[in-house]
Design a protein around this ligand. Structure first.
Ligand SMILES: [Zn+2]
Length: 416
């Protein structure tokens, strides 16, 4: 059977009640504070969540496979043996005070798509895969997005072999003991990958939209700034004869914020940490350092913004008689999602008459890694007050159903 050729009279819809009840059932594992979840990667709770997902997948007739980083792929065969699977999913692990939707919704939506197709007796040409990426959150094991990074060859086997948790446990040993480590370094190639995720920001809700079609994941730069002045006595050194590194840094923080604002609503410029060499009430600070976190979805703008941030710190430092050292620590280029995948999702939103907009993802996601090795895109659903990484995180059954309907449509298009 194909779609939509002989079903053009019928717009397929997922089962919203089943999708919601699976969320609630999953949330019982590692439940905290009424509406929260704590399932750190490869903990006993994560293993239990994986087992529950695997049991649902097997009931749906899927073949559950695990790779060398513990990533789960539950595969539904297609009718064309030459095609590779169209994958969809996200992650089941959570933050320590995590919610019921971040990551989980993407995995359960992928399963719901398959179950809807089972209910309707629809076969796709390409196989389908429900994917659960390992350790997206990076709480016990750093870095986050571990499973998808290994999948996309951004982390090699050697690094994975040596990876230990904050408490000294080897990742692979723990994954093996929990029963969630596959053999070898072979990766299941995907023809395309789609990830549904809660927005984790306030834009869709504030604009009253049903769906966000994610076109890019913003890039990131971390710039270390060292401001070097002179330690001095607060009582004896006249104000016009100081090289006050802390005062210079304070001026820089204000200027950086102003530059960020001048780049429009897509720009992010933040300083979340300020260190001073001395920390006493009567010493003028001779050395202050901080990291500028700069983000933007456009690579060229990100570069220009970073340059301007560095330059303003230099100028302010010089004016105050302080030396300024600028060092780039991290540079992650923006991810631009695949046009065909974006169009498939957008078409789903249009067919279902959902209100939507294109949106850049502010947070990193597994899909950004997968995009390096397979055509990929994401769909966002609104979440209440934009809150996530919080037990209060909430997405409504209607929002989740809308996102999953869009996902269903796009999966059918890509796998046809
Ligand atoms: Zn997530």
């Amino acid at each position: 059977m194909s779609y939509p050729a002989n079903r053009s009279d019928k717009l397929l819809r997922i089962n919203s009640d089943r999708l919601w009840s699976r969320h609630m059932e999953m949330a019982r594992i590692g439940a905290i504070e009424e509406t929260g979840s704590c399932r750190l990667a490869m903990s006993a709770e994560d293993a239990e969540a994986r087992e529950l997902l695997a049991s649902w997948c097997r009931q749906a007739g899927l073949d559950v496979q695990v790779d060398g980083a513990g990533n789960m792929f539950a595969v539904r065969p297609g009718t064309d043996p030459t095609r590779r699977p169209v994958g969809s999913g996200s992650h089941l692990d959570t933050q320590p005070h995590g919610g019921r939707f971040d990551g989980i919704s993407g995995v359960l939506a992928a399963l719901e798509v398959v179950e809807t197709l089972n209910d309707e007796g629809i076969q796709t040409a390409a196989p389908l895969a429900v994917v659960n990426w390992t350790n997206e959150e990076g709480v016990r094991y750093a870095p986050g997005l571990l499973g998808s990074a290994w999948y996309a060859d951004l982390i090699d086997d050697e690094r994975l072999d040596g990876l230990t948790s904050v408490d000294g446990t080897y990742f692979k040993q723990e994954a093996r003991e929990r029963g969630w480590l596959g053999h070898g370094s072979e990766k299941l190639p995907l023809e395309a990958f789609l990830e549904l995720h809660i927005e984790q920001g306030p834009i869709l809700e504030q604009e009253g939209l049903d769906i966000g079609i994610v076109t890019t994941v913003q890039g990131l730069r971390w710039i270390d700034v060292d401001v070097i002045g002179n330690d001095a006595h607060a009582g004896t050194t006249p104000l016009d004869q100081r090289q006050d590194a802390l005062l210079s840094a304070a001026r820089m923080l204000v200027a950086l914020n102003e530059i960020g604002r001048s780049y429009g609503s897509a720009a992010r410029v933040s300083v979340g940490q300020l260190r001073t060499a001395t920390n006493g009430p009567s010493t003028v600070v001779g050395h202050a350092s901080f990291v500028i976190d700069i983000r933007h979805p456009d690579a060229g703008t990100l570069a220009k913004l970073s340059e301007e941030c560095g330059a303003v710190c230099q100028t302010i430092g010089e004016t105050a008689g302080c030396a300024v050292k600028i060092t780039e620590r991290i540079s992650v280029a923006p991810t631009v999602f695949n046009k065909r995948c974006v169009a498939a999702l957008e078409d789903g939103a249009i067919k279902h008459s959902y209100s939507y907009r294109h949106i850049a993802s502010g947070a990193l996601h597994d899909a950004a890694n997968v995009a390096k090795v397979a055509p990929t895109a994401m769909v966002f659903v609104p979440c209440r007050d934009g809150i996530s990484h919080n037990v209060k995180e909430y997405a409504s059954p209607g929002s989740l159903a809308a996102g999953t309907n869009v996902l269903l449509h796009a999966v059918l298009k890509l796998a046809a």
